[in-house]
Design a protein around this ligand. Structure first.
Ligand code: NDP
Length: 284
C-alpha cells in the first residue's frame, strides 16, 4: 500500500521509482515535543497530507499520534523521516529505522532520507544499502537523501547502482541552488526545499514584498508558489495556525515567468544552515 495521490488536493511530484509525493508538505523542525501534536493536527485539518520529520527532531512520536488521532487513512498521508548522522552504517541504520517506525507508530514509511552525508565518516554508501534492503522488504516506499552535494550523489549512484528518489536541500530565494537542481533534473532526482522561507529571512525582501502587492498575496505565499513553479517539493514550517493555513492557500494563483525570474535573481548564496561538506554533528 502506498500514498494515493488522488486523495489529496495538493499536486504531486512523480519520483524516479514511480511513486508520488505531495508537492507541498508540513515541516516540523524546531517544533517542540508538546507543540507538535497541535501543529500537525492543524496542518491535517487544513488539508496538508505530507509531514516531514526526522529522528533528531525528537517529535516523531507526536507526529504519529496526531496522524492517528486525526483519523486519516494511512494511505492518504505521506510521512517522511530521516536517519540521524550517528546512526549511519548498515546494521545501525536498520535498528534506527525500526526505532523511528516504532516512535511514529507506523508499520510502513513513505520516504526515508539520510539526513546529512557526513562524508568524513565514510558510511553513507553502507547506509543507503540498508535503505535498499528496507525498500525491497516494503517497509519504506521510497528512499532518498538530504544535504547531499553533487560529489556525494555521484559516489552514491556509482557504488549502489541506485539513484536516490529525492534530495532534500536548503533552498530559498536567498539560496537558489541552480547547479544542484540542474544535476537533479539530469538524473531524475526530485528536489525538496528545506527552510523554503529562509527560516523567515526571505519574507522581508523588498522584491518579494512588491510581488506580494502585485498579486494580492502574502510574501510567504509568493515564495511557496515560486518553489512550486520551479518544480520543488516544499515543506514550510509554522506553529502559528493562521500561517499554517496561509502557507497552504497557494493553489489559486500563479506567478508570471517574469515574477519567477525576479525571485530567482535574489540568489545571494546565503545559507541559514550548515555547509553539507563540513557538517559532522553526531559523528562519534
Ligand atoms: P522555514 O523556511 O519553513 O521557516 C520557518 C519560519 O518561518 C518559522 O519561524 C515560522 O514561524 C516562520 N513562518 C512560517 N510561515 C510564515 C508565514 N506565513 N508568515 C510569516 N512567518 C512564517 O524554515 P524551517 O527551517 O523550519 O524549514 C522547514 C522544514 O524543512 C523544517 O521544519 C524541516 O521539516 C525541514 N528542514 C530540514 C533540514 C534538513 O537538514 N534536511 C534542515 C532544516 C529544516 P512560526 O513557526 O513562529 O509561525
Amino acid at each position: 500500500m502506498t500514498f494515493r495521490s488522488e486523495s489529496s488536493s495538493v499536486p504531486s511530484t512523480v519520483l524516479n521509482d514511480g511513486q508520488t509525493i505531495p508537492s507541498l508538505g508540513f515541516g516540523v523542525f524546531l517544533v517542540e515535543e508538546g507543540d507538535t501534536f497541535g501543529a500537525v493536527t492543524t496542518a491535517l485539518e487544513t488539508g496538508y497530507r505530507h509531514i516531514d520529520t526526522a529522528a533528531i527532531y525528537g517529535n516523531e512520536a507526536e507526529v504519529g499520534r496526531a496522524i492517528r488521532e486525526f483519523g486519516v487513512a494511512r494511505d492518504e498521508v505521506y510521512v517522511t523521516t530521516k536517519l540521524w548522522n550517528s546512526e549511519q552504517g548498515y546494521d545501525s541504520t536498520l535498528r534506527a529505522f525500526d526505532a523511528s517506525l516504532e516512535r511514529l507508530g507506523l508499520d510502513r514509511l513513505d520516504l526515508y532520507l539520510i539526513h546529512w552525508p557526513v562524508a568524513q565518516a565514510d558510511r553513507f554508501v553502507d547506509t543507503f544499502r540498508a535503505f535498499q534492503k528496507l525498500k525491497a522488504e516494503g517497509r519504506v516506499t521510497s528512499i532518498g537523501v538530504s544535504n547531499f552535494n553533487r560529489d556525494h550523489l555521484e559516489r552514491l549512484i556509482a557504488e549502489t547502482g541506485e539513484t536516490p528518489a529525492l534530495n532534500q536541500i536548503e533552498l530559498s530565494p536567498n539560496l537558489v541552488q541552480a547547479e544542484l537542481r540542474a544535476f537533479h533534473t539530469e538524473h531524475g532526482i526530485a528536489t525538496e526545499a528545506w527552510s523554503p522561507l529562509g527560516r523567515g529571512a526571505a519574507l522581508t525582501d523588498p522584491t518579494i514584498a512588491a510581488i506580494a502587492a502585485e498579486t494580492g498575496r502574502t510574501p510567504a505565499q509568493v515564495i511557496i508558489r515560486w518553489h512550486l513553479q520551479l518544480g520543488n517539493v516544499v515543506i514550510p514550517k509554522s506553529v502559528t495556525p493562521s500561517r499554517i493555513r496561509e502557507n497552504f492557500d497557494v493553489f489559486s494563483f500563479e506567478l508570471t515567468d517574469e515574477q519567477v525570474r525576479a525571485i530567482t535573481a535574489l540568489d545571494s548564496g546565503t545559507r541559514v544552515g550548515p555547509d553539507p561538506a563540513e557538517f559532522t554533528a553526531g559523528l562519534i
